[in-house]
Design a protein around this ligand. Structure first.
Ligand code: IVH
Length: 685
């Protein structure tokens, strides 16, 4: 780049970063991935390091509100940092308790002692202490791996730098780092006085303050910490959650107060009401309560599903509401062609966040609520969920407001949009002809849980789509080769340079091998989320086996179909979508083209080499006495077995409890080994 180019690039980067800072920190609506943002910051820093004259002021030109700037090391959590399931009503709490009782067995009114405390609206943090000294602090990240923010937390006064003697040799203390409401207001006043962007809420301010490459910036911000859990620990510290609270306090941590420990539903309800009433006057933000099974041995038995424990739940406070005007109603087309109506709103502040759009869900909802352009509506925001329109104010409706007519043509490609009987969604029939669907599918393909191609965010996909550079997933992998001989290389595009183009090519090349489950998820098949993709990978192990089996399963009488249905999470409807995907010629072409570039690695089961049931398929039937069905299942899966709901020639064991019926009969017919509950317990030791 020549001097004028460098100057222009520098100005563009600085402006673009500032714009994304505002989107992220003030509007809570980032347009690009963290990775893409980091790439911009990195490029700016590199430019300024090479050409200091570009930025005559001392220090980097971006000072405020940078999110996860590059440069934080990664920390793998020894014990994953889980998230929590949410409940909103008393019935939901009842269901949560019922699930616990069912899992643990015993009578439906077996007492379950819960600890209830405030749910702090901050960022979770894991603090590692070794031989009593604080040695590391990490953010949650994706739960498995977070960012090393050790240098930043050293200045947080509420985080003890040492534990008293008697604490375990190695221990991870988990809790929430947050900013008080008053510190947040003071910070924003200072920001304003200095002409810097404001933070939207205390959580964003805490996040922006913690994730600073320059730890002295963090030190200047007032952050606080509450402890509430233990992660990895070399020796047990307690047998109950309430005792953990006590230990944490005795070691110098603050814990959220007050709390209760009870097995009484009314006491829980009363506590919820009291804390909700006190919420506005608390010095910090909370967004609900957390209920945790007090007994740690029971927590251990209950374990977790996906990323949330069975033994804890967040009881959220009702969402925050606001009134505003509907300026327009637009229709978005999603990855699977679903048409979603969206209310374009006069921007309004809802609980600290500016909201300009809200979902109207679908055709029936918009008709049922009779929302019209020009209406004044009530909108609500619940946590990070997209805001919803609850209803309109009749007395404020303009006289000429007309009922909304839902389109029956796709607003993007003009194909017919059909609604299949029994479905709420109207879908565009354009398939990959429809730009919206193809672009959405590509976006999904490169997204985080899928192929996770760094630097290839939504905007880049749209840009490459518009330029005709990428139309199918395989095109992404041939970009670099096509770029080589091109007269209009990517590096010559607006906003790109040789360095950023090469960075992108490298990120793409890094994904030419990918775990099978990620590959399956990336294909964007209807109803196939990350969890089901993983189950499919665990079942078929290899991409060719999977494709072959799903094509054979098209014959609903085949063994392949029965085998498909034996996978947990796969019912007839999911099976239909899978088969439909893998028997559609266009999709096969797309996948085959992709497989010329990408090698999905075979699924590897966790090391269960010592397990007598690893790789075996087990069916539980009849009522078990010592274990509940859920517990037996979770235990079998932990030991590497596949638990199936139906008996077939592939079943290795049928564990039959009392009153076993047709499955036991079928097992006998097929000559499958049948075990009693005791025999099963003996087998797994
Ligand atoms: S216990 C298995 N207690 O809420 C997770 N979490 O939305 C156990 N949080 O990731 C967490 N206050 O960061 C617990 N008193 C509290 C909490 C709390 C806030 C956070 C935590 C968690 C998130 C889930």
């Amino acid at each position: 780049m020549g001097a004028p180019d460098l100057k222009a690039r520098h100005a563009w980067l600085a402006q673009e970063i500032a714009r994304h800072d505002v989107l992220y920190h003030q509007q809570d609506s980032p347009e690009i991935s963290d990775a893409a943002y980091d790439a911009l910051c990195r490029e700016l820093d590199e430019l300024e390091a090479l050409y200091p004259e570009l930025n005559p002021g001392a220090g980097p030109s971006r000072k405020v509100g940078a999110k996860a700037a590059a440069g934080f090391g990664k920390v793998r959590h020894r014990v994953p940092m889980l998230s929590l399931g949410n409940v909103f009503t008393d019935e939901d709490v009842e269901d949560f308790l019922a699930r616990i009782r069912r899992f643990l067995g015993g009578s439906p009114d077996r007492p379950v002692r819960l600890l209830a405390e405030q749910k702090i609206d901050g960022l979770s943090l894991s603090l590692r202490y070794e031989k009593g000294a604080l040695v590391q602090a990490a953010t949650r990240g994706d739960g498995e791996e977070g960012e090393d923010v050790s240098a930043n937390v050293m200045s947080v006064s509420g985080i003890p730098k040492a534990l008293p003697s008697g604490a375990p040799e190695t221990i991870d203390v988990r809790g929430e780092i947050y900013m008080t409401k008053s510190a947040f207001s003071a910070l924003n006043m200072q920001q304003e006085a200095e002409g810097k962007p404001l933070f939207a809420n205390p959580r964003n301010a805490a996040a922006g303050s913690l994730r600073q490459l320059d730890a002295s910036v963090t030190a200047a911000r007032k952050l606080e910490f509450f402890g509430y859990a233990i992660g990895y620990c070399s020796a047990p510290v307690a047998t109950t959650q309430s005792a953990i609270r006590e230990r944490l306090e005795s070691w110098g941590f603050s814990v959220p107060k007050p709390h209760i420990c009870t097995d009484n539903r009314e006491a829980l309800q009363k506590f919820y009401g009291e804390i909700q009433a006190a919420r506005a006057s608390l010095p910090y933000d909370i967004d609900g309560l957390v209920y945790k099974v007090d007994d740690l041995a029971l927590q251990e038995r209950l374990g977790f599903v996906s990323r949330a424990p069975r033994w804890a739940v967040a009881h959220k406070f009702p969402a925050e509401k606001a009134f505003t005007k509907v300026l327009a109603i637009t229709v978005q087309v999603g990855r699977t062609g679903t048409l979603t109506p969206v209310a374009e709103l006069e921007p309004v502040n809802v609980g600290g966040v500016m909201v300009g759009r809200a979902t109207l869900h679908n055709e029936d909802e918009i008709a049922r609520k009779d929302i019209r352009i020009g209406d004044t509506v009530i909108i609500q925001r619940a946590g990070d969920v997209i805001p919803q329109v609850l209803g309109y104010l009749e007395e404020q409706r303009p006289k000429d407001a007309l009922p909304y007519v839902f389109p029956n043509l796709c607003p993007v490609c003009g194909s017919r949009a059909l609604r299949e009987s029994g479905e709420v969604a109207r879908r565009c029939t354009g398939g990959l002809v429809c730009a919206a669907q193809a672009v959405e599918r590509l976006r999904h393909f490169v997204s985080r849980g899928a192929m996770d191609i760094e630097g290839m965010g939504e905007k880049v996909i749209q840009e490459f789509w518009d330029a005709g550079l990428v139309r199918t997933p395989a095109d992404i992998f041939s970009l670099e080769a096509r770029n080589k001989g091109s007269l209009t290389p990517i590096s010559a595009r607006d906003g790109w340079g040789a360095q950023s183009a090469q960075k992108l090519f490298d990120a793409i090349a890094a994904r030419t091998t990918i775990p099978l489950e990620r590959f399956i998820f990336a294909l964007g098949i209807r109803q196939i989320g990350e969890a089901t993709a993983k189950k499919l990978a665990a079942h078929y192990l290899n991409v060719r086996t999977l494709m072959d089996a799903l094509q054979r399963a098209n014959d609903r009488e085949s063994e392949a179909y029965a085998d498909l249905l034996s996978i947990e999470d796969v019912g007839p409807s999911v099976a239909d979508d899978l088969i439909a995907f893998f028997t559609e010629p266009h999709n096969i072409t797309v996948v085959e083209d992709l497989l010329k570039h990408v090698q999905p690695t075979d699924y590897v089961r966790i090391d269960v080499s010592g397990s007598p049931v690893a790789g075996k398929t087990v069916v539980f039937t009849g009522s078990l006495e010592k274990l509940t069905r859920d517990e037996a299942k979770a235990q079998a899966e932990r030991l590497g077995a596949k638990v199936s709901g139906s008996v077939s020639g592939k079943t290795d064991y049928v564990v039959a409890g009392a009153d076993a019926g047709s499955k036991l009969k079928k097992a006998r017919e097929l000559g499958v080994a049948v075990l009693s509950e005791d025999e099963w317990i003996n087998l797994i030791g």
